[in-house]
Design a protein. Structure first.
Length: 423
């Protein structure tokens, strides 16, 4: 019997052989978190991310429409495949300039696996992160670059860690396929050292900056098996020249497209045109508009006014079939233009009497028609009608025909009468 040693010369080997690992399956979730008391707030994902996969999380701090809401933002405390914790924090400041921040009762979030993917509508999505140990402190401007195969970029950015005792928020800029990311101290520094940890750029520990990049657009796609309205866009905080305070910035809105209600919306700051840094906070949000402000700290001075900045936003809304109702309570005296009325011969026209539409008067030989002039949505050709029908007669037979969409006819036969009414 030959041994393995006798055959070893027959074995073919490949130097530096590597086995390709399959890419992580795309997974994205979004939602809103409400504060669960002081300290960190925990968010549990609706479905866990794949085992040992830590998603990237992006948060949307908010502000009141008032300058009385002091400087603050929200930060990620921890992330796992099951969920994450976040907390609201205020920048370090001098006591005599302190303005207390209002509790952010509702924070929107997006969580996504890192990687490059094509969404169901063929929109390209790229999510990733970089570790960086330099910060924007005063006049210096260190950025770290990532090259991406997208030009018309919607970019979110979010610091995923808290490894330094300093006030850091994230920002980004873009030029062609190059994305630049930075840690921003705003004005929370002294003698070139970020505060409150008194750190300069030499001993700063790496922080992980997450980024989410998409092509802009809006419409509907199937996401996680659910029809989802979306809008991925770019905007400015405002367009006027000069600087504005928080309250003034709140009043400038950007249109949103395609939503029934207020969507889940997360934004990312995409410029640093103001020398004092600053960070985004969402102000107004409805189904068709949003406003963003750039807030500033009061560490060096009490001025929180800021010039306009670029930002991107990602908004989602689960598409839910809603019941569209048409009502007429007949609480007026005139029938109005919503109804088209016709009479036969000498019949008297329908009128509103005591909160009801009276089809025919208390006279013989009466024949009228009343058409409600609306286009009714009818998925699967289904329309539901609910009404009260009143009729009276001592001797005569009476019938009513109610045509629906010119395809079906609802017949109401009753030992009924004149007058007859519909309510």
């Amino acid at each position: 019997m030959s041994s393995f040693g006798d055959k070893v010369t027959s074995v073919t080997t490949t130097p530096n052989c590597t086995i390709d690992t399959p890419p992580t399956e795309f997974h994205i979730q979004y939602g809103k978190s409400t504060v669960s008391g002081s300290g960190s707030t925990y968010v549990t994902f609706d479905a866990a991310f794949p085992t040992a996969v830590t998603p990237l999380v992006f948060l949307m701090p908010t502000t009141e429409e008032s300058n009385n809401d002091g400087p603050a933002s929200v930060f990620i405390d921890s992330v796992s495949e099951q969920g994450f914790t976040w907390s609201q924090k205020e920048p370090s400041l001098t006591t005599n300039r302190y303005v207390k921040s209002t509790e952010m009762s509702e924070v929107h979030w997006i969580a996504v696996t890192a990687g490059a993917y094509d969404l169901p509508n063929n929109t390209k999505l790229i999510a990733g992160s970089v570790d960086y140990d330099k910060a924007l402190i005063g006049s210096n401007s260190p950025y770290t670059s990532v090259t991406l195969p997208l030009d018309n970029k919607v970019v979110l950015n979010q610091i995923q860690t808290q490894n330094n005792n300093c006030w850091f928020t994230s920002t980004s800029t873009s030029s062609g396929s190059e994305l630049q990311l930075a840690l921003d101290t705003s004005e929370v520094y002294s003698s070139g050292q970020c505060q409150p940890g008194n750190l300069n750029n030499n001993p700063i520990q790496n922080e992980t900056i997450g980024y989410l990049v998409l092509e802009s657009g809006n419409g509907t796609m199937t996401l996680n098996g659910v029809d989802t309205n979306y809008h991925f866009g770019q905007a400015q905080t405002f367009t006027d020249s000069g600087t504005k305070d928080v309250s003034e910035q709140c009043r400038y809105t950007t249109p949103l497209i395609g939503f029934k209600g207020a969507p889940i919306l997360v934004a990312g700051k995409n410029s640093r045109l103001g020398g004092d840094g600053g960070w985004l906070r969402r102000c107004q949000l409805t189904n068709d508009k949003v406003s963003m402000v750039v807030d500033e700290d009061t560490f060096s001075d009490s001025d929180r006014k800021h010039r306009w900045e670029h930002y991107s936003f990602v908004a989602f809304e689960k598409k839910v079939d809603t019941l569209i109702c048409f009502r007429d309570e007949f609480t007026r005296s005139d029938v109005g233009d919503d109804w088209a009325l016709k009479v036969l011969g000498s019949s008297l026209p329908p009128t509103i009497v005591e909160g009801r539409l009276r089809f025919t008067s208390a006279s013989g030989n009466q024949a009228t028609s009343s058409t409600y002039q609306r286009l009714f949505p009818a998925e699967d050709n289904l329309v539901e009608i609910e009404f009260d029908y009143y009729a009276w007669s001592k001797s005569s037979e009476y019938s009513a025909l109610i045509p629906l969409l010119q395809r079906q006819v609802l017949c109401v036969d009753t030992t009924a009468s004149t007058p007859s009414t519909l309510r």
